[in-house]
Design a binder for this molecule. Structure first.
Ligand SMILES: Cc1ncc(COP(=O)(O)O)c(C=O)c1O
Length: 397
């Protein structure tokens, strides 16, 4: 049985009538830039994540860039970012003229290892961008403590985690800014590119809104150099249709994750991650060797509500992850490596000092071990079983 990594049609086509009505409404309104649909989506999303302001953006990438610009980050500044993330987190820092400083990952939750971030702070450090990777919050108490101690701005990159909770608080509402992506593969997936910036700081919201439209206020009078970072009303109208179903999508992803966790843990060589071995690479290595794990299952921290944008396994052993990928692909099971190359090892960031690179060993290891399997909400029981059978046959081979 073929199982795609993601099936957007399974989610969108049942909503075809509602989506078509939303499209027609915008079509007939004749308003294709800003307006009531964008306003409404901004308010609805901001309410969902407990932020005072929502600012629709052209993409999750542009939301991060806009946040950095609104905070005045630029040449001469340094910004701490996880090295194990999607490119946009680091790329946006570079685009402002600032320098991204790469921080290692936690082997349990895959997020920034805040304990290693402190050592990288210099007088030039202005901000930190924790990423809530795969749908689970980073350690926000540690991030905020570090930021408060060093007077840093915090931009939460929640591209993969809109609606995820950290100790009961929605991610994105804890730092100065939160950013989200509506890229089609995200949990709230749109019909093209789109994103959102949120904040509860009135002045920062005003600054971000100004910069979203070329810094102009009033029209054709430019107070600052911004960009065109607007979300289209068509996109907003369609996203609002899906937003009404969002909690159901999350519940289904969580049910799929629970099913995988229970079923896969029965297989010999499959071991759930152990949060007790989260921060220390040495104890992690010893734990892995003792456990005899060939595959490590993701286990969310008890204080987090994980929304499972990805269900990411670690396949232990030289060359094993690629063998696993080939095995699943040969059986028609979709899978993807998020991410095969850490940011400090990207060609465009070759100027990263060697010392910083050596300090990202856990992330380098994760990049060679991780692989994500289908977790989308509409996954059928038969599809789920086919994925589990494929994992079992890899282990039995
Ligand atoms: C962690 C992370 N940050 C930022 C982005 C950028 O979002 P977008 O693709 O909407 O620009 C993504 C999405 O791909 C992401 O996964």
């Amino acid at each position: 049985m073929n199982v795609p990594l993601l099936d957007v049609n399974a989610q969108n086509l049942p909503l075809e009538a509602e989506l078509t009505a939303a499209f027609t409404k915008v079509l007939r309104s004749g308003q294709f830039i800003m307006g009531p649909e964008v306003d409404a989506l901004e308010k609805e999303c901001a309410a969902m994540v407990h932020a005072s302001h929502g600012i629709g953006c052209s993409s999750g990438t542009d939301a991060i860039l806009l946040a950095l610009m609104a905070l005045g980050i630029g040449p001469g500044d340094e910004v701490l970012v996880p090295t194990f993330t999607f490119f946009a987190t680091a790329g946006c820092v570079s685009r402002t003229g600032a320098t991204p400083v790469f921080v290692d990952a936690c082997p349990v939750c895959f997020n920034i290892d805040v304990s290693k971030a402190a050592a990288k702070i210099t007088p030039k450090t202005k901000a930190i961008i924790p990423v809530h990777l795969f749908g689970q919050s980073a350690d926000m108490d540690a991030v905020m403590a570090l930021a408060n101690a060093h007077n840093l701005f915090v931009i939460e990159d929640g591209a993969q985690a809109i609606g995820a909770l950290y100790k009961g608080r929605p991610v994105g509402s804890i730092g100065h800014f939160g950013t989200y992506s509506f890229f089609p593969s995200k949990n709230l997936g749109g019909f093209g590119d789109g994103g959102l910036l949120v904040t509860s700081d009135d002045a920062l919201a005003e600054r971000a809104r100004l910069l979203r439209t070329h810094g102009s206020k009033p029209k054709y009078y430019h107070k600052a150099v911004g960009g065109n970072f607007r979300l289209d009303p068509l996109q907003a109208a369609l996203l609002r249709v899906k937003l009404a179903h969002y909690s159901e999508y999350t519940t289904r992803r969580q049910a799929n994750a629970a099913h995988y966790s229970a079923a896969l843990a029965q297989l010999p060589g499959v071991v759930p991650a152990d949060p007790a071995h989260c921060k220390c690479a040495a104890s992690q290595d010893a734990w892995l060797a003792d456990s005899g794990a060939r595959i490590v299952l993701p286990v969310p921290y008890a204080h987090n509500s994980h929304i499972w944008n990805q269900f990411t396994l670690r396949i232990i052993g030289q060359g094993q992850r690629d063998a696993f990928k080939n095995h699943l692909s040969s059986l028609g099971i979709g899978c993807e490596i998020y991410y095969p190359v850490t940011m400090d090892q990207q060609e465009c960031f070759a100027y990263t000092p060697d010392a910083a690179r050596a300090d990202c060993a856990t992330a380098h290891r994760l990049a060679s071990e991780v692989i994500s399997i289908p977790i989308f909400p509409e996954l059928s029981a038969a599809q789920r079983d086919a994925v589990i059978a494929a994992v079992a046959s890899f282990l039995a081979a």
